[in-house]
Design a protein around this ligand. Structure first.
Ligand code: ZN
Length: 367
C-alpha cells in the first residue's frame, strides 16, 4: 500500500502511463497481457478506448480472452448462457448499482442478475401478489400456469416481514413477449421459461456460494494481517523497557493494546506507522501499569530501604555486585522475596569465586 498521498498519486500516474501504451503494442503482446488479466481488468479496458471496446466486446473474437480471465479467478462459476461475458464480469466484480450507478454496492441479487442500491431496489422488484395481478391482467394465467415456473423469484424483506419478490424487468419482458404471441407460441414461451429459470436458479446458487467463499477468504486474510500486525507490535515492544511488563500481564496488556486506535488494523506494520503509533501505545501501557501497580506509600518505601540495607550488609557479595541486581528488587515488598534473591546471589558469588581461584591456578601452572 502506498505510504503517502503523494506516493499514491505518482503510482496511479505511472499505471495510467503504462496503459496508454497498450493499444500501440503488437497484437501478440496485447493478447499475452490479456491472458494474465482477471475479468474486472478486461472490463476496465473496454471502458478505456474505442479500439479495446470493439475488440473485447466482440462475442466471437473475444470469447477466449474472457474465458481465460475467468480462469484466473479461483472457483468463479461459469458464465451462464443467458448472459454475455462482459455482463457477467460486471455483475460479479463491478460494485456499481445497475440502476443509478451508485458505487460500493456489495449486495448482489444473483437471481435477478443485478446489483441494486437500497433506493433503487424497491423500484426494481415486484411483490408476489402484485406480480400475479400484472400477469393476470396480461392474460398470462388463462392456462393455469404457475408464476414460479414463469419467473425466477427471490426472498426479501418488506415492512418487517419476509416476502417473495420478482424482478420487474423480467416480469415486464415476459408480459410484452406474451402479448405479442399466439396460444401455441405461449406454450413454447412457458417451456422456455421453465428451463431458463432452472438454469438461473442453479447459477444463482453457484454464484452465491462463490461470493460466500470470497467473503470467508477475505475475512481469514484480514484476521491474518491483524494477527501479524499485533505480533509485530509485541515484538517491537519487547525491545523497549515495556518487554517485562507485557509478558507479566499478557491478557490485560492485550485488552489495552487492542483498544488503541491503529493497533487492530489489517495492514502490515511499517516503520513509519510504528513511529506514529508507539506514543499512543506507551501512553496506554503507562495508564495500565499505574492502575495495576499503585505507587507505594512512604512508610512502605522506608521499610523496603531498611530491609535492603540489612540484607546488603549481611551478604558476602560486594556493593558493586549489588548494582547489577534486577531493578525489580526495589518493588519487592516482602522479606521472603529478598531472601530468595539472597540465596541466588550467594550461589552465584560462590561459583564465580571458585572460578577465579581456578583461573589463578591455571595462570600459576602456565608461569
Ligand atoms: Zn441505485
Amino acid at each position: 500500500m502506498p505510504s503517502s498521498q503523494g506516493h499514491h498519486v505518482r503510482t496511479r500516474g505511472r499505471r495510467r502511463g503504462r496503459l496508454q501504451e497498450l493499444p500501440n503494442m503488437p497484437l501478440d503482446i496485447i493478447f499475452e497481457v490479456f491472458s494474465h488479466m482477471d475479468p474486472m481488468s478486461l472490463l476496465n479496458l473496454t471502458r478505456t478506448t474505442k479500439a479495446f471496446r470493439q475488440l473485447l466486446l466482440n462475442r466471437r473474437t473475444a470469447a477466449t480472452f474472457w474465458r481465460n480471465a475467468r480462469g484466473n479467478v479461483p472457483s468463479l462459476p461459469e458464465c451462464p448462457v443467458y448472459m454475455s461475458e462482459p455482463a457477467f464480469a460486471n455483475l460479479c466484480f463491478d460494485s456499481h448499482c445497475h440502476k443509478c450507478l451508485r458505487s460500493n454496492i456489495h449486495n448482489v441479487s444473483w437471481a435477478f442478475r443485478a446489483r441494486y442500491c437500497r433506493d433503487c431496489r424497491p423500484h426494481m422488484v415486484v411483490e408476489r401478489l402484485e406480480a400475479k395481478d400484472m400477469l393476470s391482467q396480461a392474460s398470462v394465467f388463462h392456462k393455469n400456469y404457475d408464476i414460479y415456473d414463469l419467473l425466477i423469484s427471490e426472498s426479501g424483506y418488506g415492512t418487517g416481514r419476509e416476502v417473495t419478490n420478482f424482478h420487474r424487468p423480467d416480469l415486464e419482458a415476459l408480459i410484452v413477449q406474451w402479448k405479442d404471441s399466439g396460444p401455441d407460441e405461449q406454450d413454447k414461451i412457458h417451456a422456455t421459461q421453465v428451463a431458463l429459470n432452472r438454469s438461473m436458479r442453479e447459477n444463482a446458487q453457484n454464484c452465491a456460494m462463490w461470493q460466500n467463499l470470497q467473503k470467508n477468504l477475505r475475512s481469514a486474510e484480514i484476521d491474518r494481517l491483524k494477527t501479524e500486525r499485533y505480533s509485530e507490535i509485541l515484538h517491537r515492544l519487547r525491545e523497549t523497557e515495556w518487554g517485562e511488563f507485557i509478558d507479566s500481564f499478557p491478557f490485560i496488556v492485550e485488552r489495552r493494546l487492542l483498544a488503541i486506535d491503529g493497533v487492530k488494523r489489517a495492514r502490515p506494520l511499517s516503520d513509519r506507522s510504528w513511529i506514529n503509533l508507539r506514543e499512543r501505545i506507551f501512553d496506554g501501557l503507562e495508564r495500565t501499569r499505574s492502575a495495576l501497580l499503585p505507587p507505594p506509600s512512604r512508610s512502605t518505601i522506608i521499610n523496603r530501604i531498611r530491609l535492603l540495607s540489612d540484607v546488603m550488609h549481611s551478604l558476602p557479595p560486594t556493593a558493586e555486585e549489588w548494582i547489577h541486581l534486577p531493578t525489580s528488587i526495589a518493588e519487592m515488598d516482602t522479606l521472603d522475596a529478598i531472601s530468595r534473591v539472597r540465596g541466588t546471589l550467594v550461589m552465584t558469588w560462590r561459583a564465580e569465586a571458585f572460578q577465579r581461584i581456578n583461573d589463578c591456578d591455571v595462570q600459576v601452572e602456565a608461569a
